[in-house]
Design a protein around this ligand. Structure first.
Ligand code: A3P
Ligand code: MG
Ligand code: MG
Length: 366
């Protein structure tokens, strides 16, 4: 990749970095939407569910044969976020697209946790349009096929994550209740169904517009969206029986923390299961206290600190913004003056890739 002429390389920061990091602005909601069982989008909270602790002893294998899985071959790009922004604009909302980065929360989680990622590289595409930079995963068919193959070997573990979600939630429209369902079951798993929140935030001086799935809210079933401060992220983990497993869990908490914190979700509920999929216990983590919890673990080297993550996130996005934004085909137009029927010059496509233990490279592809 370094053969590309316009290539910029950003090395990873040292993990011992002490310089104060750029601040992350508290996220605020721009809009919410729901994916329905057929994957269609509705601009409301119909897929929002309510937290209710899963019963200890729940069998997370339950319902495996009845699961419906989203077709991951359909590349949705940034459709959900863009649809939500369009919906806000149609209702008269302004200014949500002007400046900064528009992407999925998952992309920002990957960039942010990269300083501690030793194995998995990734590639993202960046395109400037009308004053903002749109960022999505570059997911070529061979990479996707490879991932699908790996995922199929994890199908059972993956299912237990969704099954824990069902046992931990009450849907907005509870059915009449099937007497054969086990205690606490919130309904059969259909991974088409998702509730998404689109938020506005910023890292340092870089505005962010992020879309991400939220698992549930802590509120009385039937009530309307209680706000980000009541949102809950659900996770599963194998029960911790020795120091090595504990260390692995503490490392995983970096991803859980980043995923929730970026969207402004204050609580992560982790369900611990045994090898057979039986829920043995659960533990609540306050998102903002996770870094302090990690720092308090007696160890010569903490498994992670947020500092290099925030520095790296800001540095990568700054590199992207400063190089990609000037290639905006709309830069010659005043905002809002573009007629959708005008022939615009083609957008310039950029890529940035992460090479584990090394850093990030940005280059133009067309
Ligand atoms: P667990 O995280 O409990 O394992 P999320 O936690 O982000 O809401 O996702 C719900 C479940 O989807 C996860 O539950 C996991 O089973 C599955 N999942 C999410 N991201 C995944 C990934 N990158 N690879 C494999 N499975 C994933
Ligand atoms: Mg989820
Ligand atoms: Mg979850």
């Amino acid at each position: 990749m370094s053969s590309f002429k316009t290539s910029h390389f950003l090395p990873l920061p040292p993990l011992s970095l002490r310089t104060p990091p750029p601040s992350y602005r508290k996220p605020t909601i721009i809009s919410t939407y729901s994916h329905l069982p057929d994957r269609s989008i509705q601009h409301d909270d119909s897929s929002m569910t309510y937290y209710r602790a899963a019963p200890i002893g729940a069998d997370l294998n339950y319902g495996f044969d009845r699961r419906i899985e989203r077709d991951e071959d359909l590349d949705e790009h940034l459709d959900g976020v863009c649809d939500a922004l369009r919906h806000v604009e149609e209702k008269g909302g302004k200014g949500e697209r002007k400046g900064g980065i528009i992407t999925w929360r998952g992309m920002i989680t990957r960039i942010m946790t990269a300083p501690y990622e030793d194995r998995e590289g990734w590639e993202m595409t960046a395109i400037a349009l009308d004053g903002s930079v749109y960022v999505e995963l570059h997911d070529p068919p061979d990479v996707r096929a490879n991932r699908r193959k790996q995922q199929s070997t994890w199908a059972w573990q993956t299912y237990m994550g969704y099954s824990f979600e069902s046992f931990s939630t009450v849907p907005a429209e509870a059915g009449t209740g099937d007497k054969d369902f086990p205690e606490g079951w919130g309904g059969d798993v259909n991974t088409n169904v998702q509730w998404c929140n689109v938020v506005r935030s910023a890292i340092g001086d870089i505005p962010l517009c992020l879309g991400g799935e939220v698992d549930c809210v802590r509120a009385e079933p039937g009530t309307s969206h209680p706000g980000l401060e009541s949102c809950v992220e659900l996770k599963t983990n194998k029960v911790i029986e020795n120091e090595k497993q504990e260390f692995i869990f503490h490392k995983k908490l970096l991803k859980h923390w980043a995923q929730s914190w970026l969207l402004g979700i204050p609580e992560v509920q982790v369900g611990f299961r045994d090898d057979h999929g039986i829920l043995l216990n659960q533990r609540r983590f306050e998102t903002e206290k996770i870094p302090r919890f990690i720092a308090s673990i007696p160890s010569a080297h903490p498994p992670w600190t947020p500092n290099p993550c925030l520095h790296f996130l800001h540095a990568v996005l700054n590199l992207v913004i400063t190089n990609v934004l000037p290639t905006d085909p709309c830069s010659r137009y005043t905002p809002g003056s573009i007629n959708p029927e005008d022939d615009l010059p083609p957008a310039t496509i950029w890529r940035f890739s992460f090479i584990p233990r090394r850093g990030c490279e940005l280059y133009k592809v067309g």
